[in-house]
Write a protein of this length. Structure first.
Length: 463
């Protein structure tokens, strides 16, 4: 944590009028800025609460909210209530009406200045990124050398987990973890507040000052394939940041006149020429040019994609609807056409998908305890499922050499043979740390994990 960051008490004190005053006894400019940010945060919270109310009216409380563990272990707090029994899905017209109304409420925040700050010194220096222009980041320094993905490595026989570090600095529950393509940087964002941090995986220190938004929660986080850009997504906008400094990098994308537009998930194509976006309220998957941020081709019709994943060869895009109503869809990237859809008899709200490194298999974790494999071209199931988990799968990844599959639940880390789908071993996390989320580094050996409602990141070495 940067020692120069203001403490929560310090920021709240300024916002409430108890900060420093000038020689004339009036609040300083810094206090005024802090008070404005506090007001914007409060308005943001009100708008998001209204959006959730509309969601509840639509389908009842979600069985497991986005990016929250689906099944907390017995000793942890229970999750939200299940949907009301007998509550049916409203007809499409009503669904679009209610979701659109929720989107319109959230996007009313557009009328308020979007506060973006790099946490530094004693104040939150608000920045408006809507006017950011393409090109070098704000500091004027050249962009970093493109990241190189490490070569594939095999997971050792009889592996062990060795603790590397605990990364502290977040004050709220962490929602997203993403490694850069070279595995040297880890991005983390908070689940309920607009906070994004970058960590040096080698030194275990922050690479740049934390990014703070007063209105936008960074729900989607993705690195460009060259590692130079970090893209963040929200219901109403997509923003782009230099991966070294977290300064604005290119013009944000926001369509305030379209209540169904969403950027909650962002995925870059492997060649780095396009990225795809969608979200809960969106009925389409849209493609954008990485260089110009202009929309390309015709959007793909969907019922809301909460997760998008490109295959390593760039030929297939997989989408999944977290609510379970639409299941998994497979798209031909070149022709923008849908391929045969995998059977929708077990998903029930998946948020975990992973392509094999050779792009020949797609692993999907459903709402139950198993993981199934599908052919990306035909949608047909491949082999037996992984069905020996004690609890719901909280994370899913392939080893970089494609010979192993890694899954996690609250009890530990499980390794499976990618060909036979037979269990290789189960690793208990030292210190009885649960795994509610896992990010597997491209170096093939480093893992970042989160516990349930965790504010700290745990780094491990698989050896």
């Amino acid at each position: 944590m940067d020692e120069r960051e203001p403490s929560p008490e310090g920021r709240h004190g300024a916002a409430s009028g108890t900060g420093r005053t000038g020689p004339d006894g009036k609040p300083t400019e810094a206090d005024a800025e802090a008070e404005e940010l506090a007001r914007l945060r409060a308005e943001r919270d009100h708008l998001l609460a209204e959006r959730e109310r509309l969601r509840h009216e639509l389908n009842g409380p979600p069985s497991h909210p986005p990016r929250s563990p689906p099944e907390p272990p017995p000793h942890l707090p229970a999750g939200p209530d299940a949907p009301l029994q007998g509550a049916g899905t409203p007809p499409p017209a009503r669904r679009r009406l209610l979701i659109g109304a929720g989107a319109a409420v959230v996007m009313a925040a557009v009328a308020v200045r979007t506060g973006i700050a790099l946490l530094d010194g004693d104040t939150d220096d608000a920045k408006d990124t809507a006017r950011a222009t393409p090109g070098p980041h704000a500091s004027g320094n050249p962009s970093p050398t493109p990241a190189r993905t490490p070569p594939p490595v095999a997971i050792p026989a009889g592996p062990q987990l060795r603790p590397l570090a605990t990364l502290k600095g977040h004050r709220g529950d962490i929602g997203t973890l993403r490694f850069s393509p070279d595995g040297k940087t880890l991005a983390s964002s908070e689940a309920h507040d607009g906070v994004l941090r970058l960590w040096d995986v080698t030194t275990h220190k922050q690479r740049a000052k934390a990014l703070l938004s007063s209105l936008v929660v960074f729900k989607g986080v993705a690195f460009s394939p060259d590692g130079r850009i970090v893209a963040t997504g929200h219901e109403s906008r997509a923003q782009f940041w230099d991966a070294t400094t977290l300064r604005p990098r290119g013009k944000e994308i926001a369509k305030h006149d379209d209540p169904f537009l969403s950027f909650e998930t962002i995925a870059f194509s492997p060649d780095g020429t396009i990225f795809a976006t969608s979200g809960f309220i969106d009925q389409e998957i849209r493609f954008y040019d990485v260089a110009t941020h202009r929309q390309k081709a015709t959007p793909l019709e969907s019922k809301g994609a909460d997760k998008l994943v490109f295959s390593p060869d760039g030929k297939t895009l997989a989408s999944v609807d977290e609510s379970g109503m639409d299941g998994v869809r497979l798209w031909d990237v070149a022709t923008r056409t849908q391929r045969p859809q995998p059977p929708n008899d077990f998903f029930g709200g998946s948020d975990h998908m992973a392509f094999s490194p050779d792009s020949k298999a797609l692993a999907v974790a459903g709402s139950s305890t198993d993981v199934r494999f599908f052919d990306p071209l035909t949608g047909k199931e491949r082999g037996r499922p992984l069905d020996s988990h004690v609890g719901s799968v909280t994370s899913l990844a392939y080893s970089t050499d494609g010979k192993s599959v890694l899954t996690a639940d609250y009890r530990g880390l499980h390794l499976w043979d990618a060909s036979t789908h037979m269990r290789r071993t189960t690793l208990t996390v030292p210190g009885d740390t649960s795994i509610a989320q896992l990010a597997f580094s491209p170096d093939g050996r480093t893992l970042a994990t989160l516990g349930f409602q965790d504010k700290t990141i745990h780094l491990w070495r698989l050896e």
